[in-house]
Design a protein around this ligand. Sequence first.
Ligand code: ADP
Ligand code: MG
Length: 335
Amino acid sequence: MSYIRFEHLYKSFGQNEVLKDINLEIEQGQLVTLLGPSGCGKSTLLRCLAGLEAVTAGKVYLDGADITNVNPKDRDVGMVFQQYSLFPNLNVAQNVAFGLKMKKVPKEETDRRVSEILRVVGLSDKAGQYPSQLSGGQPQRAALARAIVIQPKVLLLDEPLSAIDALLRRSLQIEIRKIQKDLGMTAIFVTHDQDEAMVMSDVIHLMHQGIIEQSANPTEMYTRPATKFAATFIGHYNILSAAEFGTLTGEKLDCQDVAFRPEAVEITLQPSQRENCYHWKGVIDDSLPHGNILRYAVRCGGTQVDVDVLFRTSMMFDHGQEIYMSIKKENCIQL
Ligand code: ADP
Ligand code: MG
């Protein structure tokens, strides 16, 4: 049986049904993310696991036990929030020791565990500093240490990096992932940022309006979105109605929409001979640099298609230029 299980979980606030029949299984030792737009129910689902919200219906299991009605403090769950709220009047070591003190762990063991965990998060030399003296990612690491020092069965991270600038954020993502793996922790990470979910997760659970839209590993989520919402939220898919797609390619597909990634399309000046492809023509409307790629907006009849090519000066097309486009059939996802 899986380590964490949500079974037919419902949660309403008054008339507002926020979680609708959530069924989710999480394996021990994995880091999974709940990914989705603001308001889709990510925090509420975490809070149901932590016991900070009572569920409306359904069950929550952790490590073989039904914890649906267990007191939050008896659930063995560690949490880190965006507002990591360290105690300002306690230094880093005292902040980290707080949970152990509550559990009445003897002083010697507390000291040993605190200094060990400060080493793990790279804060050994900050033990005596106060939160106001910390900078650049150190408060997050202190909050992380405080949550994991109690050796929780599961670590819950609710958008812990959302308020941090991009560069530092990327290094903390990698650091948290490494610590989680090294310690073999089970963790649930909440984010609305698809790149963050891609970098960190064993499994991504994409949420949308209180349901799990798709569960998949990062590669599968990126290459095989299961629904139109998933294709809209992950990557930058072109989504055409089957009718529009048929007009371009001459292929009548039996589905609602067809999705394909901008980098899956090839642009050439001469008609392409590639096999097992769809082919059509277009006119370059616009181009925008995105780091090391150039994104062309291509007008194809009444439809616009975005195409990404690696930024090489030898592969530049002019605005208004007529070009040929081709895409492998297998890269067109029917939705
Ligand atoms: P997310 O974390 O994905 O942004 P939340 O789980 O915080 O979303 O919220 C989901 C929905 O539940 C929102 O519509 C929010 O307004 C509502 N909600 C969350 N907490 C409460 C609460 N304590 N009382 C009433 N409504 C709430
Ligand atoms: Mg939230």
